[in-house]
Design a protein around this ligand. Sequence first.
Ligand code: SAH
Ligand code: SF4
Length: 341
Amino acid sequence: MQKTNLKALSKKELESFIANSGLPAFRAKQIISWIYEKYAQSIQDITELSKGLREKLSEKAYISNLELLGRQISKDGTEKFLFGLEDGESIESVLIPDEDRLTLCISSQVGCAMCCRFCLTGKMGLKRNLEAHEIVDQIISASMIIKPGKITNIVLMGMGEPLANFDNVVEALWRMTELIKISPKRITLSTSGIAPKILELPGKAPGVNLAISLNATTDTVRDYIMPVNKTYPLKVLMEACRKFPLSAKRRITFEYVMLKGVNDSDGDAKRLVKLLKGIPSKVNLIPFNPYEGSEFDRPYDERVIRFQNILIEGHLTAIIRKSKGQDILAACGQLKARYTF
Ligand code: SAH
Ligand code: SF4
């Protein structure tokens, strides 16, 4: 008989599993709290259950864990984890310390199908979607490796397009907020712009922050660097952003990877100001992180600063994101599990 992975079950499924095992309902609650709050790595760890009960449960169930296959620490303190999955695939998560925050950047897919031209993950193609527990387990595993309770923020900005794995990501977000008890305000989902799913997200994961990888200000350029734009062009994408509900003081983050000579002109900056008019926003300018064989270059610092100044003159909040963890290929868009260790 194949054993049931308790982590792979939703709350409801776990409750039925416990009921079908002839156990009282409160046992499900205990198990959930041990998995998601105390990070139990095995049924044996759940010491609140008697030894006999743990043994009985272990006959037909188990708790899976990500396998730590590699860990690299950058000069700037950024840390990259390579995690192995049960089927032998692997994914990366990145821990980014920043003043008063410790942000974990997690993956939502093995690879990515969106084929953005500048992104190393995109070059892998899509291997498969991550299951909800594989998404959430990156938080549990990283917390266990460093110290439980230290991670303050979660960003879905690792490998994969989260909105292309919508149901699993929504379930994972639910577990993060309801079971691990991370405030949705501290979670940000980043998308290349799957407009209909942007509209669906707030109903399924209320309060979770949205980031858009915009990266261009004309359809011609965006079509070229981000093929998703051919399906959801700028007009449709911006319309979805305008409809995205934001509570007071909340803003949509627009990520803008600056590619030398492609999307970094004064004209682009001016168009960006126009595009974002009326949307509570914050722009993160990310100078392109090069990797071996990349077809783009990083603009000179002066260009990036000039671009930022035009945005600021246009009354936008614009921040130049210092790339973290470049020396270990942990920076934005550089994740490519398996090949980097
Ligand atoms: N698929 C989602 C989540 C991944 S986030 C998304 O695209 O939003 C990865 C971020 O890194 C995106 O904002 C992307 O535009 C950026 N990025 C990709 N490749 C990059 C590179 N080589 N240098 C800098 N940023 C890059
Ligand atoms: Fe996928 Fe995002 Fe990379 Fe595009 S930028 S290929 S959507 S991970």
